[in-house]
Write a protein that binds this ligand. Sequence first.
Ligand SMILES: [Zn+2]
Ligand SMILES: [Zn+2]
Length: 325
Amino acid sequence: MLEAARQPLRSLKMPVPEPGPAQVLIRVRACGVCRTDLHVLDGDLSEPKLPLILGHEIVGVIVETGAEVRRFAEGERVGVPWLASTDGRCRYCRRGQENLCDEALFTGYTVDGGYAEYALAHENYCFRLPEGYADAELAPLLCAGLIGYRSYRLAGAKAEHIGIYGFGAAAHIITQIAVHQGKRIYAFTRPGDVKGQAFARRMGAVWAGASGERPPEALDAALIFAPAGPVIVDALRATCKGGVIVCGGIHMSDIPAFPYRLLWEERVIRSVANLTHQDAEELLSIAPQVPIKTHVQAFVLEEANEALRRLREGAIEGAAVLVMY
Ligand SMILES: [Zn+2]
Ligand SMILES: [Zn+2]
Protein backbone atom coordinates (compact mmCIF):
# COMPACT_ATOMS: atom_id res chain seq x y z
CA MET A 1 0.00 0.00 0.00
CA LEU A 2 1.29 3.44 -0.98
CA GLU A 3 0.19 6.06 1.54
CA ALA A 4 2.15 9.08 0.30
CA ALA A 5 4.60 9.83 -2.52
CA ARG A 6 8.27 9.01 -1.85
CA GLN A 7 7.43 6.64 1.02
CA PRO A 8 8.11 2.90 0.94
CA LEU A 9 5.08 0.66 0.45
CA ARG A 10 3.53 -0.74 3.62
CA SER A 11 2.12 -4.24 4.07
CA LEU A 12 -1.47 -4.18 5.41
CA LYS A 13 -4.24 -6.67 6.13
CA MET A 14 -7.43 -5.57 4.40
CA PRO A 15 -10.89 -7.07 3.82
CA VAL A 16 -11.37 -8.85 0.49
CA PRO A 17 -13.17 -6.32 -1.78
CA GLU A 18 -16.69 -6.96 -3.16
CA PRO A 19 -17.13 -6.83 -6.94
CA GLY A 20 -19.52 -4.19 -8.34
CA PRO A 21 -22.12 -5.23 -10.97
CA ALA A 22 -19.69 -5.19 -13.94
CA GLN A 23 -16.61 -6.24 -11.99
CA VAL A 24 -14.83 -9.48 -11.30
CA LEU A 25 -12.92 -10.36 -8.14
CA ILE A 26 -9.54 -11.83 -8.96
CA ARG A 27 -7.26 -13.94 -6.80
CA VAL A 28 -3.95 -12.42 -7.90
CA ARG A 29 -1.30 -14.99 -8.88
CA ALA A 30 1.36 -12.62 -10.23
CA CYS A 31 1.79 -8.89 -10.82
CA GLY A 32 4.52 -7.25 -12.85
CA VAL A 33 6.59 -4.38 -11.51
CA CYS A 34 6.72 -1.56 -14.04
CA ARG A 35 8.70 1.67 -14.34
CA THR A 36 5.38 3.53 -14.15
CA ASP A 37 5.07 2.25 -10.57
CA LEU A 38 8.28 4.14 -9.80
CA HIS A 39 6.84 7.29 -11.39
CA VAL A 40 3.74 6.98 -9.16
CA LEU A 41 5.92 6.31 -6.12
CA ASP A 42 8.14 9.31 -6.87
CA GLY A 43 5.23 11.69 -7.45
CA ASP A 44 6.12 12.19 -11.15
CA LEU A 45 2.52 11.13 -11.83
CA SER A 46 0.81 13.49 -9.50
CA GLU A 47 -2.80 12.38 -9.03
CA PRO A 48 -2.85 8.87 -7.61
CA LYS A 49 -5.71 7.61 -5.48
CA LEU A 50 -4.29 7.51 -1.93
CA PRO A 51 -3.85 5.23 -0.18
CA LEU A 52 -3.15 3.10 -3.25
CA ILE A 53 -2.29 -0.48 -4.12
CA LEU A 54 0.19 -0.27 -6.99
CA GLY A 55 0.48 -2.74 -9.87
CA HIS A 56 -1.04 -2.89 -13.35
CA GLU A 57 0.27 -6.14 -14.83
CA ILE A 58 -2.10 -8.49 -13.02
CA VAL A 59 -2.47 -12.19 -13.73
CA GLY A 60 -5.03 -14.04 -11.65
CA VAL A 61 -8.03 -16.30 -11.47
CA ILE A 62 -11.60 -15.03 -11.21
CA VAL A 63 -13.15 -16.11 -7.91
CA GLU A 64 -16.36 -14.07 -8.00
CA THR A 65 -18.33 -12.19 -10.66
CA GLY A 66 -20.66 -9.17 -10.32
CA ALA A 67 -24.36 -9.56 -11.19
CA GLU A 68 -24.00 -8.07 -14.70
CA VAL A 69 -20.79 -9.82 -15.75
CA ARG A 70 -21.33 -11.70 -19.02
CA ARG A 71 -17.92 -12.23 -20.59
CA PHE A 72 -16.19 -14.22 -17.85
CA ALA A 73 -16.93 -16.97 -15.35
CA GLU A 74 -15.40 -18.08 -12.08
CA GLY A 75 -12.23 -20.10 -12.48
CA GLU A 76 -10.98 -18.35 -15.65
CA ARG A 77 -7.44 -16.99 -15.75
CA VAL A 78 -7.34 -13.37 -16.89
CA GLY A 79 -4.93 -10.49 -17.27
CA VAL A 80 -5.63 -6.93 -16.18
CA PRO A 81 -3.68 -4.05 -17.77
CA TRP A 82 -3.09 -0.36 -16.97
CA LEU A 83 -6.32 0.85 -18.58
CA ALA A 84 -9.01 -0.04 -16.02
CA SER A 85 -12.13 1.52 -17.54
CA THR A 86 -13.39 4.13 -20.01
CA ASP A 87 -16.68 6.03 -20.26
CA GLY A 88 -17.49 4.88 -23.82
CA ARG A 89 -19.02 8.29 -24.55
CA CYS A 90 -16.37 10.99 -24.89
CA ARG A 91 -15.09 12.24 -28.29
CA TYR A 92 -12.13 9.84 -28.13
CA CYS A 93 -14.16 6.74 -27.22
CA ARG A 94 -16.65 7.55 -30.00
CA ARG A 95 -13.90 7.54 -32.60
CA GLY A 96 -12.23 4.37 -31.38
CA GLN A 97 -9.45 6.01 -29.35
CA GLU A 98 -10.38 4.45 -26.02
CA ASN A 99 -6.76 4.81 -24.94
CA LEU A 100 -7.25 8.59 -24.86
CA CYS A 101 -10.59 8.55 -22.98
CA ASP A 102 -11.22 11.72 -20.94
CA GLU A 103 -12.70 9.74 -18.05
CA ALA A 104 -10.38 6.73 -18.09
CA LEU A 105 -9.37 5.06 -14.86
CA PHE A 106 -6.00 3.37 -14.46
CA THR A 107 -5.11 0.21 -12.58
CA GLY A 108 -2.65 0.78 -9.76
CA TYR A 109 -2.95 4.56 -10.12
CA THR A 110 -6.53 5.86 -9.91
CA VAL A 111 -7.96 2.48 -8.81
CA ASP A 112 -6.27 -0.18 -6.68
CA GLY A 113 -3.98 -2.57 -8.51
CA GLY A 114 -2.34 -5.95 -8.13
CA TYR A 115 0.36 -5.74 -5.44
CA ALA A 116 -2.17 -7.65 -3.35
CA GLU A 117 -3.78 -11.05 -2.88
CA TYR A 118 -7.09 -9.90 -4.39
CA ALA A 119 -8.00 -7.26 -6.96
CA LEU A 120 -11.15 -5.98 -8.64
CA ALA A 121 -11.37 -5.34 -12.37
CA HIS A 122 -14.04 -4.21 -14.84
CA GLU A 123 -14.93 -7.16 -17.09
CA ASN A 124 -14.39 -5.04 -20.24
CA TYR A 125 -10.75 -4.57 -19.29
CA CYS A 126 -9.89 -8.16 -18.47
CA PHE A 127 -8.24 -10.28 -21.15
CA ARG A 128 -8.06 -14.03 -21.63
CA LEU A 129 -4.46 -15.23 -21.59
CA PRO A 130 -2.72 -17.78 -23.80
CA GLU A 131 -2.26 -21.33 -22.50
CA GLY A 132 1.16 -22.83 -21.93
CA TYR A 133 2.58 -19.95 -19.91
CA ALA A 134 3.18 -19.73 -16.16
CA ASP A 135 1.39 -16.83 -14.40
CA ALA A 136 4.61 -14.92 -13.75
CA GLU A 137 5.71 -15.22 -17.40
CA LEU A 138 2.49 -13.58 -18.58
CA ALA A 139 2.51 -10.60 -16.22
CA PRO A 140 5.06 -8.51 -18.18
CA LEU A 141 2.95 -8.82 -21.32
CA LEU A 142 0.21 -6.74 -19.69
CA CYS A 143 2.08 -3.44 -19.70
CA ALA A 144 5.63 -3.79 -20.96
CA GLY A 145 4.28 -6.03 -23.72
CA LEU A 146 1.18 -3.98 -24.52
CA ILE A 147 2.75 -0.53 -24.48
CA GLY A 148 5.78 -1.94 -26.26
CA TYR A 149 3.59 -3.53 -28.88
CA ARG A 150 1.60 -0.33 -29.44
CA SER A 151 4.89 1.59 -29.81
CA TYR A 152 6.16 -1.00 -32.29
CA ARG A 153 2.87 -0.96 -34.24
CA LEU A 154 2.89 2.85 -34.48
CA ALA A 155 6.44 2.81 -35.80
CA GLY A 156 4.84 1.50 -39.01
CA ALA A 157 4.83 -1.87 -40.72
CA LYS A 158 7.44 -0.70 -43.26
CA ALA A 159 10.16 -0.08 -40.68
CA GLU A 160 12.90 -2.65 -41.15
CA HIS A 161 15.83 -1.29 -39.14
CA ILE A 162 14.46 -0.48 -35.68
CA GLY A 163 16.38 1.03 -32.78
CA ILE A 164 15.29 0.42 -29.20
CA TYR A 165 16.50 2.85 -26.54
CA GLY A 166 16.35 1.39 -23.03
CA PHE A 167 16.55 -2.38 -23.01
CA GLY A 168 14.25 -3.49 -20.20
CA ALA A 169 10.98 -5.38 -19.98
CA ALA A 170 9.26 -3.81 -23.01
CA ALA A 171 12.33 -4.05 -25.23
CA HIS A 172 13.01 -7.71 -24.57
CA ILE A 173 9.43 -8.62 -25.54
CA ILE A 174 9.25 -6.41 -28.63
CA THR A 175 12.64 -7.59 -29.90
CA GLN A 176 11.32 -11.16 -30.02
CA ILE A 177 8.23 -10.13 -32.02
CA ALA A 178 10.21 -7.90 -34.37
CA VAL A 179 12.84 -10.56 -35.08
CA HIS A 180 10.05 -13.10 -35.70
CA GLN A 181 8.62 -10.65 -38.27
CA GLY A 182 11.96 -10.29 -40.06
CA LYS A 183 13.02 -6.91 -38.65
CA ARG A 184 16.51 -5.96 -37.55
CA ILE A 185 16.83 -4.62 -34.01
CA TYR A 186 19.55 -2.25 -32.79
CA ALA A 187 19.64 -1.97 -28.99
CA PHE A 188 20.83 1.13 -27.13
CA THR A 189 21.58 1.08 -23.40
CA ARG A 190 23.15 3.39 -20.86
CA PRO A 191 26.85 3.85 -21.71
CA GLY A 192 28.89 1.08 -20.10
CA ASP A 193 25.94 -1.28 -19.57
CA VAL A 194 27.77 -4.24 -21.08
CA LYS A 195 25.44 -6.73 -19.41
CA GLY A 196 22.36 -5.02 -20.85
CA GLN A 197 23.94 -5.05 -24.31
CA ALA A 198 24.77 -8.75 -24.03
CA PHE A 199 21.17 -9.43 -22.94
CA ALA A 200 19.86 -7.52 -25.98
CA ARG A 201 22.03 -9.63 -28.32
CA ARG A 202 20.78 -12.81 -26.68
CA MET A 203 17.21 -11.64 -27.29
CA GLY A 204 18.01 -11.26 -31.00
CA ALA A 205 19.33 -7.71 -31.51
CA VAL A 206 21.81 -7.58 -34.43
CA TRP A 207 23.73 -4.78 -32.76
CA ALA A 208 23.94 -3.30 -29.26
CA GLY A 209 25.72 -0.18 -28.07
CA ALA A 210 25.46 2.97 -25.96
CA SER A 211 22.68 5.51 -26.52
CA GLY A 212 24.92 8.17 -28.10
CA GLU A 213 26.48 5.79 -30.61
CA ARG A 214 25.61 5.56 -34.30
CA PRO A 215 24.30 2.14 -35.31
CA PRO A 216 25.90 0.46 -38.37
CA GLU A 217 22.72 1.12 -40.37
CA ALA A 218 20.51 4.25 -40.29
CA LEU A 219 17.26 3.50 -38.45
CA ASP A 220 13.79 3.55 -40.04
CA ALA A 221 12.26 3.87 -36.60
CA ALA A 222 13.28 4.16 -32.97
CA LEU A 223 11.31 3.07 -29.93
CA ILE A 224 12.17 4.98 -26.77
CA PHE A 225 11.63 3.15 -23.49
CA ALA A 226 14.33 4.95 -21.49
CA PRO A 227 12.82 7.82 -19.43
CA ALA A 228 15.55 10.24 -20.55
CA GLY A 229 14.64 13.10 -22.92
CA PRO A 230 18.16 13.45 -24.42
CA VAL A 231 17.91 10.03 -26.09
CA ILE A 232 15.22 11.45 -28.39
CA VAL A 233 17.89 13.68 -29.88
CA ASP A 234 20.29 10.73 -30.10
CA ALA A 235 17.57 8.79 -31.90
CA LEU A 236 16.92 11.65 -34.35
CA ARG A 237 20.60 11.62 -35.29
CA ALA A 238 20.43 7.86 -35.89
CA THR A 239 17.30 7.78 -38.09
CA CYS A 240 17.09 8.01 -41.85
CA LYS A 241 14.73 10.32 -43.81
CA GLY A 242 11.11 9.78 -42.81
CA GLY A 243 12.22 8.08 -39.61
CA VAL A 244 9.63 7.66 -36.86
CA ILE A 245 10.50 8.01 -33.18
CA VAL A 246 7.94 6.59 -30.78
CA CYS A 247 8.17 7.37 -27.07
CA GLY A 248 6.59 4.59 -25.02
CA GLY A 249 7.08 5.99 -21.51
CA ILE A 250 4.48 7.85 -19.46
CA HIS A 251 7.08 10.24 -18.05
CA MET A 252 10.43 11.49 -19.37
CA SER A 253 12.98 14.08 -18.36
CA ASP A 254 13.00 17.20 -20.57
CA ILE A 255 14.03 16.96 -24.20
CA PRO A 256 16.99 19.28 -24.86
CA ALA A 257 16.77 21.88 -27.66
CA PHE A 258 18.05 20.58 -31.00
CA PRO A 259 18.55 22.03 -34.49
CA TYR A 260 15.58 21.77 -36.83
CA ARG A 261 17.69 19.98 -39.43
CA LEU A 262 17.58 16.86 -37.24
CA LEU A 263 13.77 16.75 -37.65
CA TRP A 264 13.82 17.87 -41.30
CA GLU A 265 13.06 15.37 -44.08
CA GLU A 266 9.81 14.21 -42.54
CA ARG A 267 11.13 12.67 -39.38
CA VAL A 268 8.38 12.25 -36.78
CA ILE A 269 8.44 12.23 -32.97
CA ARG A 270 5.35 10.89 -31.25
CA SER A 271 4.26 9.44 -27.94
CA VAL A 272 2.11 6.44 -27.11
CA ALA A 273 -0.51 6.56 -24.36
CA ASN A 274 -2.16 3.57 -22.71
CA LEU A 275 -3.61 0.77 -24.85
CA THR A 276 -6.64 -0.34 -26.81
CA HIS A 277 -8.47 -3.66 -27.03
CA GLN A 278 -6.90 -4.11 -30.46
CA ASP A 279 -3.39 -3.87 -28.99
CA ALA A 280 -4.21 -6.41 -26.28
CA GLU A 281 -5.94 -8.89 -28.54
CA GLU A 282 -3.18 -8.73 -31.18
CA LEU A 283 -0.34 -9.06 -28.70
CA LEU A 284 -1.93 -11.94 -26.79
CA SER A 285 -2.56 -13.85 -30.00
CA ILE A 286 0.94 -13.19 -31.39
CA ALA A 287 2.67 -14.20 -28.12
CA PRO A 288 2.31 -18.00 -28.48
CA GLN A 289 3.06 -17.86 -32.22
CA VAL A 290 6.50 -16.24 -31.82
CA PRO A 291 6.61 -17.73 -29.14
CA ILE A 292 7.50 -14.90 -26.78
CA LYS A 293 9.55 -16.05 -23.80
CA THR A 294 9.60 -13.44 -21.08
CA HIS A 295 12.66 -13.20 -18.92
CA VAL A 296 11.38 -12.79 -15.38
CA GLN A 297 12.91 -12.14 -11.96
CA ALA A 298 10.38 -13.22 -9.33
CA PHE A 299 9.89 -11.67 -5.90
CA VAL A 300 7.34 -12.51 -3.21
CA LEU A 301 4.76 -9.83 -2.38
CA GLU A 302 6.61 -8.82 0.80
CA GLU A 303 9.64 -7.95 -1.36
CA ALA A 304 7.80 -5.30 -3.41
CA ASN A 305 10.00 -2.45 -2.12
CA GLU A 306 13.12 -4.45 -2.98
CA ALA A 307 11.85 -5.23 -6.49
CA LEU A 308 11.16 -1.51 -7.07
CA ARG A 309 14.60 -0.59 -5.77
CA ARG A 310 16.31 -3.03 -8.13
CA LEU A 311 14.26 -1.80 -11.08
CA ARG A 312 15.28 1.78 -10.28
CA GLU A 313 18.94 0.77 -10.21
CA GLY A 314 18.69 -0.95 -13.58
CA ALA A 315 19.53 -4.25 -11.86
CA ILE A 316 16.64 -6.22 -13.39
CA GLU A 317 17.33 -8.25 -16.52
CA GLY A 318 14.00 -8.48 -18.35
CA ALA A 319 11.05 -7.92 -16.02
CA ALA A 320 10.47 -7.99 -12.26
CA VAL A 321 7.33 -9.82 -11.16
CA LEU A 322 5.70 -10.29 -7.75
CA VAL A 323 4.30 -13.77 -7.20
CA MET A 324 1.56 -14.42 -4.66
CA TYR A 325 1.73 -18.17 -3.98
ZN1 LIG B 1 -14.12 8.08 -23.21
ZN1 LIG C 1 3.41 -0.22 -16.87
